[in-house]
Structure formats: structure tokens, C-alpha cells
Design a protein around this ligand. Structure first.
Ligand SMILES: Cc1cc2nc3c(=O)[nH]c(=O)nc-3n(C[C@H](O)[C@H](O)[C@H](O)COP(=O)(O)OP(=O)(O)OC[C@H]3O[C@@H](n4cnc5c(N)ncnc54)[C@H](O)[C@@H]3O)c2cc1C
Length: 494
């Protein structure tokens, strides 16, 4: 590697995604200089390919739809759904602040919250979708950061090893275009995301999945590099096996390693069949809590997502290579539908079943006919699994398609343990001086804010929030501002 360049800053932030960009905004607003190091050509990370949904409580959008929600109600749902493994202090801290410090703060950065969805485990709808999903949200935050003079963003920079001096973290060694860089900082935030695009690491923490085909499914930068950096300095990791797997994903036929999976959305009518030709789950419940265990109970543990041609007209593939900017690249989606060896076609349902080597073709066709009959009878939901029929349609327009789906590792619910200032802790629960961790590298916030299951919107929301908390406290340690002072969602006067 040629020469070495030294760069000085107040706070170094490794990763320019959902946690890193908000962290930089906080540092700069406290008066410090923030340097964001991002390995990709652009900032945004997994957050920019995400659905963008955030779990937020007591918002004007909820009120406009007559939904009365409170942090107490949400906390009860959160803890119950987390299966006894959620960090109650962080969950409470996040929920109490989500209205002012995420919803309104996001709006002040140009984010527009446009609709609300109900998600499994919630008493009321509280999954707030921003305009243009994760891409819209991250574009607004990145633009905000670009307008703040104290923030410098360096892209194409791979951070490698944290630097220490006198027992403190003092920045990070990195490289850009084969050139070594030494970033010297008063405090350092690791915001590198999760490790679900590193299949070896996924299988190390979930060895029982070695017997199945499992795919890498996070943003391409989510390789666990920040985990390694923190671990090298004695950081404590917790709940690492709590990985949220999804099933509405198919192998990316363009990946030469055949490891990456792509999630597809906007096919509301599809039905899932196992290899025997039987439906096994309510396909409208796609979250990791019920859909993944249902798929893994099948033998073999994969399924076919079956649709007719109009159902696929708006199919969205959640991966940058299937998009042009913020629009779906339809030609690439069509190419995938026509060329992937994991996608079969048939001019009749029986032909499709034969092409998928379905064992019981009669049952397969019969179940689809039953489903079609539910439409003819104008039922609200289908008789087999009570899947709502609104927004779906009958199977009546060939060619029919079957997309083979496998479990996909998507979200890390465990990670580096931190305190409420996002200081990375060692195994004695003492802060490692000068080191902060935020976002998915810290299990979204604090180490394990979700527990075993997430209410949805509980990954990106806490990543943004913990990024802000880390930024404010890292700036304070560097001599700027007073740390994070958030406004809680309390009734007026309390
Ligand atoms: C398809 C998909 C949809 C999702 N939808 C939702 C949703 O709707 N709601 C929700 O709550 N959550 C969702 N999530 C999860 C959510 O997007 C992530 O949990 C969140 O983005 C994590 O933020 P982060 O900043 O920790 O990581 P990221 O946003 O991934 O940012 C980390 C950044 O660090 C960079 N980086 C990594 N290593 C290095 C290095 N060595 N040097 C320099 N830079 C590095 C990466 O390139 C990346 O840009 C979704 C995830 C996926 C994959």
C-alpha cells in the first residue's frame, strides 16, 4: 500500500448509514467536527434499501386516523413480543422519545411520514412509512448532513482497525484506493451495521442453520467488520444468535457465489406451497416470528411463492441492482423472472407444478381453485388460513410463476453491549474509553433492544435514535455540547 495520510477530526464515525448519518448531525450541531467514513461509493447503507418503516408512538399521523397510542401500550407489546429477551431500559428509552426525537426530528430534516401500517404483535398500527421508504428517509438525512459545514464524508473508505493511545480509542486505520489513512479522533463511533451479509458469521452464531439453504440478506456492507473491530478491543457482545430471518426472498441469480438473497415485495396475491404441493401458512403474515418457523417446518425447508402474471406487475426487488435511483428497474425484474433458475413458469397450473417437481399436483391445483372460489363467493378472507383477500386477486391469467423462497438472514437483534450513552462496554460492563457503538452493530441500540422478535420498524427507528444518542455523547466526550438531551412523550404539564 502506498504512503499513509493522517487526518484529524473531533469524532470519527465508521459507517454512513441509518445510525452514522444521524450521529454526524448530532456531533456537528454540538459544535464538533464529524468525519464519516463509508466503504461504499455512496452513503445510505442498509437503511437506504430498507422499507423505511419506523415504530413510533403517539404521532399526529396516528391521531389523524383516530388511533390512540401511548409509550406504555407500546412498551407492553414490545416486551411481550420480544420473548423475554428485550432490553427493557433501552426499549423504554426509545419509545418515550420516538415522537419528538424521531418523528418530529425526522420532519425537521425533511422526512415526510406518509402512512401507517399494522404489523404483527402490535395492539395498534404504529409502523410509520416515510415518503419513498428507506431511500426517501436516508436521502433527506444525507441532504441535511451535506448542508452542515462541520461534517465531512469520505466514501470508498474501508475502516480496518481501531487505533488506541494511552488506553483510549483514538481513531481508526483505514484505506482508500490502496492508500493507507490514519484517522485521529477524540472519540470514535462504530456504526457499521449488522453481519447478515456474511454467511459464515451467520452460521457461526446459528450453527443449526448449516443444514438448510440460508441466504445473505442485509445491505452489501453488513459484513460484521465493526463487530471485529470492537471485539479486538475487548468489547462485550450479547444475544448474537438472535437473528431475524425472513422468507419472502429468493437467491439472487446474478450473484456468482450464490449466497445472496433478494427480498421481493408488492406481490400481495401470492400463495406459498411446499414441495408436496400444500399451503402451510397465512401468506399475509410475512414477518420472522411466524413465517420463518412455518417454512422451516417443511421438508425440504423451502417453498414456492406462486403468482399469476398481473400479480407480478408491481413486484419490487429490494436490492440496488434491481433499481434505478428510487424506481424499480422493470427490465431487470423481468430478466430475473425469465432467467433465474429459482423461478419457474407454466401456461397452466398443472404445467407449473410439473416444472417445480411438485409431488402432489392435484392438491396444488385444488388449493388454488379453492382460493379462487373464495373470491367468487366474495369472502373477506380465504377459508384455509384467513388470509385477507382485499388487495389480492384470483389466479386467472397465465403464464403462472413460482418463485422458490428460502430463509434469508436479515436483521441482527444482538450486538455490542452499550450503556445509555452508547459507550461500548467490555465484559466487566465498563466503557471502553473513547469508543461508541450505534445501530445494528449494537443490536440496533444498547445490545439487544428488540429481543427475539421485533414489532417491525424497531430496527431502523432505534438505529437512527441510537446514532443520535452516540453522536451527542461522543461530541460531549470530545469537548462539545452537553450530551443527548431528548424530549420525552409526556402529556402536557407532566
Ligand atoms: C431489505 C431490508 C429492509 C428493511 N426494512 C426495514 C424497515 O422497514 N424497518 C426497520 O425498522 N428496519 C428495516 N430494515 C433494517 C434496517 O434497515 C437496519 O437495521 C438499519 O439500516 C441499520 O442501520 P445501521 O446504520 O446500523 O446500518 P446500515 O444502514 O447498514 O449502515 C452501515 C454502513 O456502514 C458501512 N460500513 C460497513 N463496514 C464498514 C467499514 N469497514 N468501513 C466503512 N464503512 C463501513 C456500510 O457500507 C453501511 O453504509 C431492513 C433491512 C433490509 C435488509
Amino acid at each position: 500500500m502506498a504512503g499513509s495520510n493522517n487526518i484529524e477530526t473531533d469524532v470519527a464515525i465508521i459507517g454512513g448509514g441509518g445510525a452514522g448519518i444521524p450521529a454526524a448531525i448530532e456531533v456537528a450541531r454540538a459544535g464538533g467536527k464529524a468525519l464519516v467514513l463509508e466503504v461504499a461509493a455512496e452513503c445510505g447503507g442498509t437503511a437506504a434499501i430498507s422499507g423505511g418503516g419506523c415504530c413510533i408512538v403517539g404521532t399526529p399521523l396516528q391521531k389523524s386516523q383516530g388511533i390512540n397510542d401511548t409509550p406504555d401500550l407500546a412498551f407492553g407489546d414490545w416486551i411481550a413480543f420480544g420473548g423475554g429477551a428485550a432490553d427493557e431500559v433501552w426499549a423504554r428509552y426509545y419509545l418515550e422519545h420516538s415522537l419528538h426525537e424521531l418523528y418530529h426530528w425526522g420532519e425537521s430534516c425533511g422526512v415526510r411520514w406518509v402512512d401507517l401500517r399494522f404489523q404483527e404483535g402490535n395492539s395498534v398500527p404504529r409502523w410509520h412509512r416515510p415518503d419513498n421508504n428507506g431511500l426517501g428517509l436516508m436521502t433527506a438525512l444525507i441532504k441535511t448532513a451535506e448542508h452542515i459545514p462541520n461534517i465531512t464524508v469520505m466514501t470508498g473508505v474501508s475502516a480496518g482497525k481501531l487505533l488506541t493511545e494511552g488506553g483510549r480509542v483514538r481513531g481508526v486505520a483505514a484505506s482508500k484506493d490502496n492508500q493507507a489513512l490514519e484517522i485521529r479522533a477524540k472519540s470514535t463511533i462504530v456504526a457499521t451495521g449488522g453481519f447478515n451479509s456474511n454467511l459464515d458469521m451467520v452460521l457461526e452464531h446459528r450453527p443449526e442453520f448449516k443444514q438448510f439453504k440460508v441466504m445473505e440478506g442485509s445491505g452489501v456492507g453488513a459484513k460484521g467488520e465493526g463487530h471485529r473491530m470492537i471485539q479486538e478491543l475487548g468489547g462485550y457482545f450479547t444475544h448474537m444468535g438472535d437473528i431475524w430471518f425472513y422468507v419472502f426472498a429468493t437467491p439472487d441469480y446474478l450473484d456468482p457465489r450464490q449466497r445472496r438473497g433478494v427480498a421481493f415485495r408488492q406481490v400481495p396475491g401470492y400463495l406459498w406451497f411446499n414441495q408436496q404441493g400444500k399451503r402451510f401458512h397465512n401468506e399475509s403474515l410475512t414477518g420472522g416470528a411466524s413465517a420463518t418457523p412455518a417454512l422451516l417446518r417443511q421438508n425440504p425447508p423451502h417453498a414456492w411463492a406462486v403468482a399469476d402474471t398481473p400479480m407480478l406487475a408491481k413486484m419490487d426487488v429490494a436490492d440496488p441492482q434491481y433499481r434505478r435511483g428510487d424506481v424499480i428497474d422493470r427490465a431487470k425484474v423481468e430478466a430475473m423472472l425469465n432467467n433465474s433458475p429459482y423461478i419457474k413458469k407454466g401456461n397452466s397450473l398443472a404445467e407449473l407444478a410439473a416444472n417445480c417437481a411438485i409431488e402432489d399436483v392435484k392438491n396444488f391445483v385444488g388449493e388454488i381453485e379453492d382460493y379462487n372460489n373464495d373470491f367468487d363467493a366474495k369472502r373477506e378472507s380465504d377459508r384455509k388460513f384467513a388470509k385477507p383477500l382485499k388487495g389480492s386477486k384470483k389466479f386467472d391469467t397465465p403464464p403462472y410463476y413460482a418463485i422458490q423462497i428460502f430463509p434469508l438472514a436479515r436483521k441482527n437483534f444482538g450486538g455490542a453491549k452499550t450503556d445509555l450513552r452508547c459507550r461500548a462496554l467490555n465484559k466487566y460492563f465498563e466503557p471502553i474509553p473513547g469508543l461508541y457503538a450505534a445501530g445494528e452493530v449494537a443490536g440496533m441500540a444498547g445490545g439487544h433492544i428488540n429481543g427475539k422478535n421485533g414489532l417491525e420498524g424497531t430496527m431502523l427507528g432505534p438505529s437512527i435514535f441510537s446514532g443520535r444518542v452516540a453522536g451527542a455523547w461522543a461530541a460531549q466526550e470530545a469537548g462539545f455540547g452537553q450530551g443527548f438531551v431528548g424530549k420525552a412523550n409526556r402529556p402536557e404539564g407532566e
